[in-house]
Design a protein around this ligand. Structure first.
Ligand SMILES: Cc1ncc(COP(=O)(O)O)c(C=O)c1O
Length: 435
């Protein structure tokens, strides 16, 4: 039974939300969140939820991890802000050094910090253009790279991210992402890319290939490792840079610190954000030292980039990933997910396809397995049903018909299984009457 006082507060806040926020910001849930710990969140009304969303992939180490909280508290007492462009500070330098050490690639690296994923991606483009002296960036179908002007320009999906917001930045070239379920196997996607280079793109004006090693908002689709290896080869042959956008797939989500490591490929530049800051706004670009030094003094930066408290939290996050063995844990979650999603694939015709790389799993739902018509409404019904039964899950994919998993990597087994049972019941419910 809801506490009437808490219910009153909730109603008042929901009214404020309705009155004060633009409709363009649309929270996915209809409750006001009050607090969170580990793998659970609670509404102001006191309802608890198992969290398979993690603030959109930001909480790989869980909500309010004691080590992250302690590091942030210590830093708050010492220095909250100075701006790296004014005076640099130890947590920034330690974190940049760590990222250079941890990013793939056996070559000298440098790193710079920002606040958001989009800002990091934008800066990979600035750095790539500055270093190569060329403007062209190849981005892939179904890509999502953020909501700023460059982020939107690089993003493929029009609705809702781009609609009505153009004109977009020029010199962005699109090639098919290797999405096997939709007929684009690695070989075909590579042929399409090579064909564009041969016949329609100004080859001498191209700076970089930019790819999410696992499509995030685009539907949780891992690029086949051989495709990433081919991109590396093609970039080297043509004198282009390879940029990996690890904003959603990084910090252990897939069982490696960065998803591209599964392929053995080292990108020239990489954007990192989300789980890096453990909930504090923090992003980074790390890459080959000589490339990172393309822009001249004063050309890179931002007032808040690499905030000291966020850096201290990030250093704690990286330590937790190590000390709690979260990469191995992501693999364990991956096998549990693989088995469970496989079983659902056999039981429920609604399941068209599923993809699992570590704890980054996507379940694509279709009306009909032959036509692959997206089951957009059923997906939303399942997500709503899960929420009513105490589980938060998020959709993905341009047709909103993919359910994605972004639970904390250290989620206790009982909560994980409870969450999966809830999802299974809702899938079963949505499958009634279908065959
Ligand atoms: C792959 C990828 N790149 C960039 C972004 C943009 O990050 P932010 O929302 O922090 O700007 C996202 C956000 O979901 C993402 O998934």
């Amino acid at each position: 039974m809801a506490d009437p006082e808490a219910q009153g507060v909730s109603e008042e806040l929901l009214a404020l939300r309705q009155r004060s926020l633009p409709r363009g910001l649309q929270p996915a849930v209809d409750f006001i969140v009050d607090r969170a710990q580990g793998s659970q969140v609670w509404s102001v009304e006191g309802d608890g939820y198992i969290d398979f969303v993690g603030g959109i992939g930001v909480l790989n180490v869980g909500h309010g991890h004691p080590a992250v909280v302690a590091a942030a508290h210590r830093q708050i007492d010492q220095l909250i802000h100075s701006s790296a462009q004014v005076a640099i500070y130890e947590p920034y330098l330690r974190l940049a050094d760590q990222l250079c050490r941890l990013a793939p690639g056996d070559f000298p690296k440098k790193a710079i910090l920002f606040s958001t994923g989009a800002e990091a991606v934008e800066n990979t483009v600035k750095i790539a253009r500055s270093y190569t002296g060329r403007p062209g960036i190849v981005a892939f179908s179904q890509a999502f790279h953020g909501r700023t002007l460059m982020g939107m320009s690089l993003t493929d999906t029009v609705k809702p991210y781009k609609e009505g917001f153009g004109p977009f930045a020029p010199e962005i070239y699109r090639s098919p992402f290797p999405y096997e379920y939709w007929g684009w196997d690695s070989e075909r996607a590579l042929e399409a890319l090579e064909e564009s280079f041969r016949t329609s793109w100004p080859t001498d004006r191209m700076a970089a290939l930019l790819i999410e090693p696992v499509l995030g908002e685009g539907g949780f689709v891992p690029a086949p490792f051989e495709f990433l290896q081919s991109l590396r080869r093609l970039a080297d042959q043509r004198g282009l840079l390879l940029i990996a956008d690890e904003v959603q797939s990084g910090i252990g989500r897939t069982g490696r610190l960065f998803a591209i490591e599964h392929s053995g490929v080292a990108p020239d530049l990489m954007s990192i954000a989300k789980s890096l800051g453990g909930g504090f706004p923090l992003s980074a670009v790390v890459g080959r030292a000589e490339v990172m030094d393309g822009p001249t003094p004063g050309q890179l930066g931002s007032t808040y980039g690499g905030n000291p408290v966020a850096c201290a939290a990030a250093l704690a996050v990286l330590e937790v990933v190590e000390s709690e063995g979260l990469l191995a844990r992501a693999e364990v979650l991956g096998s549990i997910l693989e088995e469970r999603l496989g079983e659902w694939g056999r039981r429920f015709p609604l399941v068209g396809d599923f993809r699992v790389l570590g704890a980054m799993a996507g379940l694509e739902l279709v009306q009909d397995r032959a036509t692959k018509e997206p089951a957009t409404e059923a997906t939303q019904r399942i997500i709503d049903g899960c929420r009513e039964r105490g589980l938060l899950v998020l959709r993905a994919g341009p047709q909103h018909n993919v359910i994605r998993t972004l639970m904390p990597l250290n989620i206790p087994e009982d909560l994980l299984l409870q969450g999966l049972d809830t999802l299974e019941r809702e899938l079963a419910r949505a499958s009634v009457g279908r065959d």
